[in-house]
Ligand binder design. Sequence first.
Ligand SMILES: Nc1ncnc2c1ncn2[C@@H]1O[C@H](COP(=O)(O)OP(=O)(O)OP(=O)(O)O)[C@@H](O)[C@H]1O
Ligand SMILES: [Mg+2]
Length: 233
Amino acid sequence: MLARDDEHPPEPGDDPVKRELARELHDQVVQDLTAMLIDLENFKRGPFDIQSTVVQVDSVQGSLRTMLGRLRNMLYGLRGEDAWEPDFAETLRIFAVQYTARTGVRVLIRVSRDWPDPIRRPSAQHLYRIVHESVHNARQHGGAASVRVSLRLCDRFARVSIQDDGRGMPDDQEGLARPGMGMVGMRERAMLLGGTLSADTGPGRGTTIRVVFPASALTAQPEPGLPLQPQGY
Ligand SMILES: Nc1ncnc2c1ncn2[C@@H]1O[C@H](COP(=O)(O)OP(=O)(O)OP(=O)(O)O)[C@@H](O)[C@H]1O
Ligand SMILES: [Mg+2]
């Protein structure tokens, strides 16, 4: 006799491992491959002087190296090799400088002095991907000229915000009514940090993504008893 679960096999989307893999592949590979394709499409229009060709090849090589590094890290993760991430603030600053150089969008990073260092690598990865996707959305959908990223601690909670000066989301429940894995993945990552993600936005007034989670997720296993959301955020 078939067990009940065999009669109704779980949908692929129900499997947490598959969901995590889908999220990682979207955030770490698909997004950058899409950007590379668009870059190359634009490049094909010319002009083809030596200097611009070398710059383009350099940029493709750089992106491929970055993606290889990410795929390696994903493989380490799949093998369960947990670790610590030193100097997360510096990693974000490097991302900001490179993003500004590549796109012209100003990205400002502010990290409070009491932000811990090193932090747990899985938490660092979730935060990095949330910041990256938010900044990418700010440019792609909001047409933002600048984005402010802030990381701070307050009352045993970590608060991360990504504020852009773009055109804001249409009135459709914080982007959830639209197709796209980005917002869904960010919410899942906030949940995996033990916290929540919210979007403060509206047509014409920019978008602020806020993530709040127990600070213990940065330095230890999250405390089971801690409330997920502090008052008054
Ligand atoms: N910063 C933002 N400014 C304006 N609109 C936004 C912003 N962030 C998200 N949105 C809106 O929310 C929608 C959902 O975003 P989401 O990241 O989930 O998907 P996507 O970017 O369209 O696709 P994907 O991330 O899968 O490539 C976007 O299509 C856009 O309409
Ligand atoms: Mg997106």
